[in-house]
Design a binder for this molecule. Sequence first.
Ligand code: GTP
Length: 236
Amino acid sequence: MSYKRILLKLSGESLMGDKQFGIDNNRIATYAREIKEVVESGVEVAIVIGGGNIFRGIQAVEGGMERTQGDYMGMLATVINSMALQAALEAIDVETRLQTAIEMKEIAEPFIKRKAVRHLEKGRVVIFGAGTGNPFFTTDTAASLRAIEIEADVILKGTRVDGIYTADPEKDANATKYATITFEEVYQKGLTVMDMTAFTLCNENKLPIIVFDMNTPGNLKKVIEKNSKIGTLVQF
Ligand code: GTP
């Protein structure tokens, strides 16, 4: 049994592939093919992408920029990534709609929940750009918010690591991966899954999260199966 409606969260950095900046065409084409497979299996797919491969608000703030300015620039970066993914999907005949939290009607539809759900029901991939449209919120929070609004069954958070570990696996060789973990345990152990705002939004709205490695070929197709054992499932 697979999930029926998913929200896939991709980081902006993941689009860089082996590059230091921007968008790697091969990487985004690979993602598009994997997403197409999932759509063809009948799963409704919504996507939120970060913008860190183009602009990092935090670094701009460290350089003296006002936070709100940096955050809005970051939101625009997510729109660029969203348009790139939309183009990559359309290049392989996947129907898509892009909706943005900040109106830019010449480029994309404005975010309208009812339209988004209708697009999903028609089998279109819906990409949500410009985060939540507000400064001080991350794209993880945008992903949680949109997932709740469209009543997704689960958020799939694609990352570089293949799940949630007892410690940072890139620093601690003894770290072990959780197959499943509860929201309560994540709070108690002080683990980081998403930022606290995003995580709490999921917790309060009973939305499970799966953290998984998006860069292992075939993982996306596997992770949409319930009890797939790919990544870590955060549940209740
Ligand atoms: P249904 O009528 O439900 O099948 O959906 P639809 O998206 O095909 O209908 P619509 O006529 O709303 O959209 C047709 C095309 O115009 C789609 O590619 C939309 O993404 C696009 N579109 C709709 N509204 C806007 C908008 O405000 N701005 C931009 N740039 N494109 C839009």
